[in-house]
Design a protein around this ligand. Structure first.
Ligand code: ZN
Length: 134
């Protein structure tokens, strides 16, 4: 089964913890053992799993992405002017696969699932697919 989450971002760069929404989809699916695919169908957004306990980790990820992939680089060719958002999305990737064990996401103690938006604010879709044995 699948569900489409719609996440409203609030800033040009937004990292949104979507663990709760994804977990609720897993619960509704009734799958006990399987896989959860979290996918965002956008070229300037991403999905990743990382530390959700200390918000400074996400801050440092954003800081480092902005340092490594600056917004204003005169060598970018893409006319729309948002190449950095495309590159940040491509580097991180737009999906993750998380095991489902005993009917729950098998995340580590400190792990959360994040949607990253690098060209907001706007509404972003996140497709969650859950497959496996009920
Ligand atoms: Zn573009």
């Amino acid at each position: 089964m699948h569900e489409v989450l719609r996440i409203r971002t609030t800033k040009h760069t937004s990292i949104v913890n979507i663990t709760h929404q994804v977990s609720e989809v897993v619960k509704r699916s009734g799958v006990k053992e399987g896989l959860c695919v979290v996918y965002t169908p956008h070229t300037t957004a991403c999905v990743f799993v990382n530390e959700g306990a200390d918000p400074d980790v996400v801050k440092d990820i954003v800081y480092s992405l902005e340092k490594l992939i600056p917004w204003n680089d005169p060598s970018y060719a893409h006319m729309e002017g948002n190449s950095a958002a495309h590159i940040r999305s491509a580097v991180i990737g737009n999906s993750r696969v998380i095991p489902v064990i005993n009917g729950e996401l098998a995340l580590g103690t400190w792990e959360s699932v994040f949607l990253g938006d690098f060209d907001g604010p706007r509404e972003r879709k996140v497709i969650v697919v859950v497959i496996g044995e009920k």
